[in-house]
Design a protein around this ligand. Sequence first.
Ligand code: HEC
Ligand code: HEC
Length: 203
Amino acid sequence: MPKFIVRLAFALAACSLAGPLQAAGPAAGTPAAGTVEDRISVCLTCHGVKGQSETPDTPSLGGQPENYLLTQMFTFREKLRTSELMNEMAKTLSDDDLRTFSGIIAKLPPPQPVTTPPADTARMERAKTLLASARCTTCHQANLAGQDQIPRISAQREDYLLKSLRAYKSGERTGYDPAMIEVMRTLTDENIVDLAHSLSRTP
Ligand code: HEC
Ligand code: HEC
């Protein structure tokens, strides 16, 4: 069993044990209880304590612009962005919590690029052309590190990149800022596969 599931199962067990004793307050082992470090450690079981996620379909958060993190947490809490898991995680967080969590998480180191399987030259070349023609770098910056409400997309997990680009394309993820819906209109699924391959391997 992957380590994060074991830790999560432990947190959940601790939380149901604590339940009857403190039925009125927030349960231990959830993002709503304990010190700030305890609460953020619940988040980082999935997202990676060093900013790099080892969990399938779950984004690395290290080095994300603080404002992007804040906005996305807000959209999860308000159910403007749908993810059963994250809607549940965010629902008990106050505005101050969102600010505190975003500030701390943004300072985690940016993730390291994927190295295996190695980069496929043809796909990297096709993605380079798309990054220029679709003007990805005008918004996400030349180094793809993002800024303000615009996310870092370099060295993100490949599975999560595929999932998020497809979700913009299908209209499932409307976004706080609708820019990506417009961008994805002209791109095909083959383009998405090339972009996810390349971005996840770009430092
Ligand atoms: C059980 C695993 C799990 C836990 C615990 C968890 N997350 Fe997440 N988180 C996810 C997944 C999966 C997604 C991707 C959702 C999607 O596909 O839209 C996500 C997405 C996010 C995003 C959006 C990132 C982006 O690049 O758009 C942020 C920000 C985030 N989580 C912050 C947090 C914070 C803060 C906590 C703690 C309060 C937390 N997460 C707890 C699994 C988790
Ligand atoms: C006009 C500005 C703009 C352009 C051009 C643009 N983006 Fe974005 N992108 C954004 C914004 C703003 C967001 C956050 C939207 C939201 O709230 O969901 C975003 C989100 C994303 C995400 C989601 C990241 C995450 O952590 O969830 C990916 C991946 C992405 N963009 C890739 C691309 C690629 C690849 C291109 C070029 C094909 C591109 N973007 C072009 C502005 C832009």
